[in-house]
Write a protein that binds this ligand. Structure first.
Ligand SMILES: [Fe+2]
Length: 500
């Protein structure tokens, strides 16, 4: 197994160390990983369930070359690197690879960065690009899913996903649904277990529409509805029920392909002062649309939603707008890991949103006093009433805490919340928890939680498996790497049988 000291590439400074000593997105756990590694038999403390046969794929933000303005670099703009933990017969192997996007290949060929970040505003106009180059750099760092027997990595500004080799993570090409969609496809498709479909949406900010679609397990389009969109809202996720696609449009606006945004170094995000929140419900079959207004907040990620009579219950993580008219930049929008106060936004929180379709109203309730993000359910209950939610969180933080320090399980039936800190001596940093159901499970939480944690004392990460029914107990397995997995965004457990 290789130890993994971080070394800048040729475009970095001559000495080792982070590219910036002031930008938190380039330091500590966030410092990029440069090597692509294969480890065949990882050290395991505990016992990996033999029922697990597949891979945990994780997308991370991992900038490949020193940014021209390191102090302006934003976490959301790092190149996509996929990490795969392959589990079989109680053993675990690992590999990681960059997603070979068009932008990454162009910059490698040029030997220097060519693109501005979508979120990090440098204030400098983007360089001239070779003819035929994508206008902005899409980095495929958000998520990894399985569809049509393929492993797909993705950003959210493309009309395609990236097809990866499930074993060695080679980038095989673009998976573009035969060019059917003229929109930026979401990096948050969701699986509906009731219909055995994958649901997704696309946004088009030139023609101003949102389209929603469903796919069969083979990747065939099974439904497609479309409606006008009055504003260029920043929409990163959606949720669904038996009958509806549901979107919350907050105060943030985004225009990645705008003439005056990314290519001018201004970043894609802007803030519409005093904007109301808007809720959009699109009927899954008829395409009928209903708009509601609510107060201003941004729904970041959704746990689940379901219908209850005339009401729709939505559980989500929300960033609240604390200072509606304030100047905004992307770092303030997502205030991890380091943003100087005051920010115009709260940290991410767990909320329940209740949409009353009879009264055309929306009510909001915060759950708990902890910080919460990267919520995930048992996906076998999505679209129907759920009992449990799992998330990364901040609970009882140390004075110098700058991010998540625990995983959280919330029981919506009893109101009980459990916290898993993993270590009592110091804070470790967990990523998104992925629920994997046990075969023939007898309860909604009869399964495992898989998450990658960063250990600052080792400057290394580990995959930790918890029994979901003993959430705050001892892990059943800790699988150790000798290097860090830079914190990223999302991933999924993909059973061996789901890919070909
Ligand atoms: Fe996300």
């Amino acid at each position: 197994m290789l130890n993994q000291p971080s070394q800048p590439d040729a475009s970095g400074p001559p000495d080792s160390g982070p590219w910036s000593v002031t930008n938190p997105f380039l330091q500590g756990p966030f410092e990029p990983l440069f090597n692509e590694i294969v480890v065949r038999d990882l050290e395991i403390v505990g016992k990996v369930p033999v029922e697990l046969d597949g891979s945990l794929y994780r997308a991370s933000s991992n900038q490949h070359a020193r940014p021209e303005s390191p102090e302006k670099f934003h976490w959301f703009d790092g190149d996509g690197m996929v990490h795969a933990f392959r589990i079989r017969d109680g053993k675990v192997s690992y590999c990681n690879r960059f997603v070979e996007t068009d932008g990454l290949k162009l910059e490698r060929a040029a030997g220097r960065p060519l693109y501005n970040g979508i979120y990090g505003a440098t204030g400098k106009a983007q360089r001239d690009l070779p003819p035929g180059s994508p206008m902005i750099k899409s980095v495929a760092n958000i998520n990894v899913i399985a569809l049509a027997g393929r492993v797909l990595a993705m950003h959210e500004v493309d009309s395609f996903y990236w097809h990866l080799d499930p074993d060695n993570l080679d980038t095989l090409g673009k998976f573009d649904f035969d060019g059917r969609f003229n929109s930026m496809l979401t990096a948050h498709p969701h699986f509906d277990p009731a219909t055995n479909e994958m649901l997704a949406y696309g946004l088009n900010y030139q023609e101003m529409f949102v389209e929603c679609m469903s796919f069969s397990p083979a990747g065939r389009v099974t439904s497609h509805v479309k409606t006008d969109m009055p504003i260029k809202a920043f929409v990163h996720d959606f949720i669904f029920t038996e009958n509806y696609y549901i979107f919350f449009f907050g105060p943030l606006r985004v225009d990645p392909y705008g003439k005056d945004t990314v290519i001018q170094g201004n970043g894609a995000l802007s803030f519409e002062a005093d904007s109301p929140g808007r809720v959009l419900l699109i009927h899954r079959k008829s395409g009928a649309v209903k708009w509601l207004e609510t107060r201003s907040f941004t729904c970041d990620h959704y746990l689940n939603a379901y219908e209850l009579g005339d009401k729709v219950i939505v559980d989500a993580t929300v960033t609240d707008t604390m200072i509606p008219g304030a100047h905004v930049n992307a770092a303030e929008f997502f205030p991890f890991p380091l943003v100087n106060e005051p920010s115009p936004f709260s940290g991410p929180q767990l909320w329940r949103l209740t949409i009353d379709l009879a009264r055309d109203s929306v009510s909001t309730d915060r759950i708990g006093e902890f910080g919460a993000e990267f919520v995930r359910p048992n996906e076998g209950v999505m679209g129907r009433k759920h009992r449990y939610g799992y998330m990364a969180g901040t609970h009882a933080p140390a004075p110098d805490n700058r991010g998540f320090n625990c995983l959280i399980k919330h029981d919506y039936e009893t109101g009980r919340t459990q916290f898993q800190h993993l270590c009592s001596a110091y804070e470790m940093l967990p990523g998104e928890p992925i629920y994997v159901a046990r075969q023939d499970a007898t309860a909604e939480d009869d399964g495992w939680i898989l998450a990658v944690w960063y250990d600052p004392r080792r400057n290394a990460s580990e995959l930790v498996i918890l029994a979901a029914q003993d959430f705050d107990g001892e892990p059943i397995a800790r699988i150790k790497l000798d290097h860090r997995v830079p914190p990223g965004f999302h991933g999924n457990w993909i059973p061996r049988s789901a890919v070909r």
